[in-house]
Design a binder for this molecule. Structure first.
Ligand code: TUI
Length: 308
C-alpha cells in the first residue's frame, strides 16, 4: 500500500503513531518505526533538553525514520522547534495550535512538516503556508480535540487540499484504515491502540483501563473554556465535569488537572489521573508488540481493499 505519504516519509506501511504527551517516548516511537510505521516522539509539555535526549535515544535504538510531535502550547515550543531543525529530524507533526511561525525554519532544515488540523480552514491555511501533508483529526480522538468527526472531516479536507491527508480519530484496526482510505486518506495516525503496545512504558493500570474501556466510556472535559480534552471516565472526570457545570473558572479547573496526565501515565493513578484515550478504546482488547499490531492491521486492510 504505497502512497504519497509512505514515499515522502520512507516508511513501509501507511501507519503513523500519534504524538501522545508522556506516552509517546522513545521506546514506543522506536518500536513503531522498527515495525515499518512512523514512530513519533511526543514532546507534550516536556523541556527542550529532554526532547533532544529522546531524539538521540531513538537513533540509538533504530536506524528507521521517525518524527517528533510539537505540542504548541508547550512553554518551550520555540526551543523545541529549533532542536527539531538542528537535530535533522525527518518529520515533525504539530498539535493544539498553528505552527506557522516555525515553517520556514523547518523547511530550510529539510524537515517534512505535517500539522494536525481539526478543520478544513486550518488544513487550507497549512497547505498555503507550505506544509507537506496534514493529519485530519476527528473528535473521536483522545486528548485535545476539535468538533468535527473523522467521517466528516477527512473527505472534506481531502477535497480542500492537494497535499496528502492522513486520517486520525477512531482508527485502531484494518477496517478503520481501509475506511480512511475510502474517505481519501493516504495514511492513518493511531494513538489509543499504541498506548497498550508491549513496548509502551505507560503504567499497567492505564493500559488495563484502555483494555477494559467500552465504546461510551470516554468523556470530554473543558468544553466550556474552549479546551476540550477526551479521556476515560473516572473520579477525575466526574469531579471536573461537576465543577465545570457549576461554572468553575478556567484557573480552578486547570488546578484540578495539573500534572494529572503524568499521574496516570507514570504513577498509574487511574482514579485522579487523566486517562486520555479515544472512543475506539472499546475495540482495543490486548497488549501486543507494535510489530504484531501493524502486521494485523495491514493484513486486514489489504484483504478489505482487495490488494492481496
Ligand atoms: O493536540 C492534539 N491533541 C492533544 S495535545 C495534548 S497536551 C494537553 N495536555 C493537557 C491538557 C490539554 C492538552 C493532548 N492531546 N491533537 C491535535 C489537535 N490540534 N487537535 C486539535 C488541534 C487544533 C486545534 C486548534 C489545531 C489547530 C487549532 O488551531 C487554533 C489556532 O491557533 O488557529
Amino acid at each position: 500500500m504505497k502512497t504519497r505519504v509512505t514515499d515522502m516519509l520512507g516508511i513501509e506501511y501507511p501507519i503513523i503513531q500519534g504524538g501522545m504527551a508522556w506516552v509517546a517516548e522513545y521506546h514506543l516511537a522506536a518500536a513503531v518505526s522498527q515495525a515499518g510505521g512512523l514512530g513519533i516522539l511526543g514532546a507534550g509539555g516536556a523541556p527542550a533538553d529532554f526532547v533532544r535526549e529522546q531524539i538521540h535515544k531513538v537513533r540509538e535504538t533504530t536506524p528507521k525514520p521517525f518524527g517528533v510531535n510539537l505540542m504548541l502550547m508547550n512553554p518551550e515550543a520555540d526551543d523545541i522547534a529549533r532542536v527539531i531543525a538542528q537535530e535533522g529530524v525527518k518529520v515533525v507533526t504539530t498539535g493544539a495550535g498553528n505552527p506557522g511561525k516555525y515553517l520556514a525554519m523547518w523547511k530550510e532544515a529539510g524537515v517534512k512538516v505535517i500539522p494536525v488540523v481539526a478543520s478544513v480552514a486550518m488544513a487550507r491555511m497549512m497547505e498555503r503556508a507550505g506544509a507537506d501533508a496534514v493529519v485530519a483529526e476527528g473528535a473521536e480522538s483522545g486528548g485535545h480535540i476539535g468538533s468535527a468527526t473523522t467521517m466528516t472531516l477527512v473527505p472534506q479536507v481531502a477535497d480542500a487540499v492537494h497535499i496528502p491527508v492522513i486520517a486520525a480519530g477512531g482508527i485502531a484496526d484494518g477496517r478503520g484504515l481501509a475506511a480512511a482510505f475510502m474517505l481519501g486518506a493516504e495514511a492513518v495516525q493511531m494513538g489509543t491502540r499504541f498506548i497498550v503496545a508491549k513496548e509502551s512504558t505507560v503504567h499497567e493500570n492505564y493500559k488495563q483501563k484502555v483494555i477494559a474501556a467500552k465504546d461510551i466510556d470516554s468523556e470530554v472535559t473543558g468544553m466550556s473554556h474552549g479546551h476540550p480534552v477526551r479521556q476515560l471516565r473516572n473520579q477525575m472526570t466526574r469531579e471536573y465535569l461537576k465543577r465545570e457545570k457549576e461554572g468553575a473558572s478556567f484557573e480552578e479547573l486547570e488546578q484540578l488537572t495539573l500534572g494529572a496526565l503524568r499521574k496516570a501515565v507514570v504513577e498509574g493513578d487511574a482514579v485522579n489521573g487523566t486517562l486520555m484515550a479515544g472512543q475506539i478504546a472499546g475495540l482495543v482488547h490486548k497488549e501486543q508488540t507494535c510489530e504484531e499490531m501493524i502486521r494485523e492491521i495491514m493484513e486486514q486492510a489489504q484483504a478489505l481493499l482487495g490488494r492481496r
